[in-house]
Design a protein around this ligand. Structure first.
Ligand code: FEO
Length: 137
């Protein structure tokens, strides 16, 4: 579902690696959700969501620190998008999710996919040239 493409590259190796790891976690969640509905997957879904949330927080902090360190001007707008993503991923009600596992997970996956398209391809690309010009690859 989440296939890495060269056009997603920010030309900064650590950032690309972290984005690829986020894709992996998205794929992991997709695989669990796609499995047979004969078994309750709630615990696995919650665990993977937690992994995704924790890794995303780590990635955002890393990215924001890098941007701050190099004096990137649009950092506040960028941070707002990060905060909105975290809010969405942490706002899921576990009881509701337990009853609607497939729907909630699929909605979330669609949100993540959209977000990757909009954030990595547009917002993150905004700092690519800026950091590359500072010698950050
Ligand atoms: Fe790579 Fe701004 O998240």
């Amino acid at each position: 579902m989440f296939n890495w493409k060269d056009e997603y590259s920010c030309n900064i190796s650590e950032i690309d690696l972290q984005h690829k790891n986020l894709f992996e976690l998205g794929n992991k969640l997709y695989t669990i959700v796609s499995l047979s509905q004969k078994y309750d997957r709630f615990d696995e879904i919650v665990k993977t969501l937690e992994e995704l949330r924790n890794y995303t927080i780590y990635h955002f902090e890393f990215e924001e620190n890098l941007l701050k360190l190099h004096g990137y001007e649009n950092i506040e707008e960028h941070k707002k998008q990060h905060e909105a993503f975290i809010k969405k991923v942490t706002s899921i009600d576990e009881e509701y999710m337990d009853l609607n596992q497939k729907k909630v997970s699929m909605d979330l996956l669609t949100f993540i996919l959209d977000w990757i398209g909009n954030h990595i391809l547009k917002t993150d690309m905004g700092y690519k040239e800026f950091l590359n010009n500072k010698g950050i690859y």
